[in-house]
Design a protein around this ligand. Structure first.
Ligand code: NDP
Ligand code: 2IT
Length: 449
């Protein structure tokens, strides 16, 4: 039998040689490929068909110029991207990120993750990701609109309800999706509402999509704990971030009876021993688009600390990273473990570095990997597409119920594969294997794609 460890190492070398300047992409490829070796050993057909070499090469990468005019009349030029990674099981699907740090390495990592995440949802969606190095912070609504219109003036030709369906991610929420959809519709002269998800409720959006990633994370955590005859009720929870994912993770955690004591943004974190007052967070972040520092000025029991890394020094039972990639490094993982954390589940995409994950696993911490734990957002996006196609809308309760059952299935599928391949507590391996097999089989069935 061919040596599959060697095969994986060779593919990793190939990826590094081709794109030496893409560390985030290297990391995610390494995370996925090193954990699926047992499946490759059982099924040599994947190596023979060069499935891994195919998967690490995006089907298509588009980069484009985005010129726009700011409120002072000055012309600004940003870079736009769409990475169409894999369409084996459905149209490319995945968010758009607007953040100054956006580059091809980050978008390829996100698109690669998205392929396996979307496969896990059991819904017919392929994987993609896009965005821009545009920074929406401090921009007026009019500037954001002009940027979105210019961005879509190029992007529209590459997307469509049966081709590629973008949504939100960091820096892209309901406001941006509205501007993007308006411009798409003008250019195409068609009410293709299933071309974007995360739309507003008055023009084809789905109830529960706003809440879905955060709620889904907590449904996943509920399943993890239920397997150990435990629940989150009464537990102390540390959450990072104060954006879409963090806010609705906090909301559901509180509903489940947990005490959430932190949230954060890229400047710092707040610690509130009385439990985070979510109405205040929503007012600051969703309404005023302000900084989380404000929270401490409004809530007397809270302390504000500069620097976002300190959030992992707060003692907790459960840690839910919901801000961004690589926010938990080995040092933070060690502090969490020595402070007695029992469970870590990822709301953000790849928030834990590879050595941090290894440390959690070695220490016997329950670990819920991003592509399984945060799949509720994209799953609900797929439900939005279904409703658009059917020209009807489901109630909040209907969508929420479907979301919960999808998250339970993802958990069970990841767990079953972890057990099948001999590492019952390794959900990283279980999720990667479950996600991989479906995409690989679809690629095999479709010939040389
Ligand atoms: P938002 O833009 O709504 O919020 C992002 C939050 O993370 C903000 O509080 C932001 O703070 C903080 N943040 C961003 N960059 C950094 C950084 N470099 N260091 C520290 N904090 C940072 O985005 P979302 O909540 O939608 O996304 C959060 C994470 O969840 C991302 O990893 C995203 O890919 C992932 N995700 C999102 C889904 C969705 O449906 N929206 C679905 C699945 C995963 P600041 O305001 O200072 O920038
Ligand atoms: O990372 C993600 O899964 C998302 N940002 C959501 C993508 C989507 O298409 O809803």
């Amino acid at each position: 039998m061919a040596d599959m460890k060697k095969y994986v190492e060779d593919v990793l070398e190939l990826v590094k040689r081709r794109d030496p300047d893409q560390p985030e992409f290297h990391n995610t490829v390494k995370e996925v490929l090193t954990t699926i070796v047992p499946v490759l050993e059982k099924n040599p057909k994947y190596a023979e068909a060069k499935i891994l070499e195919r998967m690490v090469e995006p089907e298509r990468v588009i980069t484009f110029r985005v010129p726009w005019q700011d409120d002072k009349g000055e012309i600004q030029i940003n870079r736009g991207y769409r990475v169409q990674m894999n369409s084996a099981i459905g149209p490319y699907k995945g968010g758009l990120r607007f953040h100054p740090s956006v580059n091809l390495s980050i978008l390829k990592f996100l698109a690669f993750e998205q392929v396996f995440k979307n496969s896990l949802t059991s819904l017919p969606i392929g994987g993609g990701k896009g965005g821009s190095d545009f920074d929406p912070k401090g921009k007026s609504d009019a500037e954001v609109m002009r940027f979105c219109q210019s961005f879509m003036t190029e992007l529209y030709r590459h997307i469509g309800p049966h081709t590629d369906v973008p949504a939100g991610d960091i820096g892209v929420g309901g406001r941006e999706i509205g501007f993007l959809y308006g411009q798409y519709k003008r250019i195409r002269d068609a009410y293709d509402d299933a071309v974007l998800t995360g739309k507003g409720l008055t023009y084809g959006g789905s109830l529960t999509r706003t809440e879905a990633t955060g709620y889904g994370l907590l449904y996943f955590v509920k399943n993890m704990l239920a397997d150990k005859n435990d629940s989150i009720k009464g537990k102390t929870v540390v959450v990072s971030g104060a954006g879409n994912v963090a806010i609705y993770a906090i909301q559901k955690a509180q509903e489940f009876g947990a005490k959430v004591v932190t949230c954060s943004d890229s400047n710092g974190y707040v610690y509130d021993p009385n439990g985070i007052n979510l109405a205040v967070v929503k007012q600051i972040k969703e309404v005023e688009r302000g900084r989380i520092k404000e929270y401490a000025a409004r809530v007397p029991s809270a302390e504000y600390h500069e620097g976002c890394k300190g959030v992992w020094t707060v003692k907790c039972d459960v840690a839910l990273p919901c801000a961004t990639q690589s926010e938990i490094d080995l040092e933070s993982a060690k502090i969490l473990v020595s402070n007695g954390v029992k469970l870590v589940a990822e709301g953000a995409n790849m928030p834990s570095t590879l050595d941090a994950i290894e440390h959690f696993q070695k220490s016997g911490i329950m670990f819920g990997p991003a592509k399984a734990a945060n799949a509720g957002g994209v799953a609900t996006s797929a439900l939005e597409m279904s409703q658009n196609s059917m020209r009807l809308s489901w109630t909040f309760e209907e969508v929420d119920k479907k979301l919960e059952s999808i998250m339970t299935n993802i958990y069970k599928n990841a767990k079953a594969n972890a057990e099948k391949y001999g590492e019952p507590d390794n959900l990283v391996m279980g999720a990667n294997i479950a996600g991989f097999v479906k995409v690989a089989d679809a690629m095999m069935a479709q010939g040389l794609v």
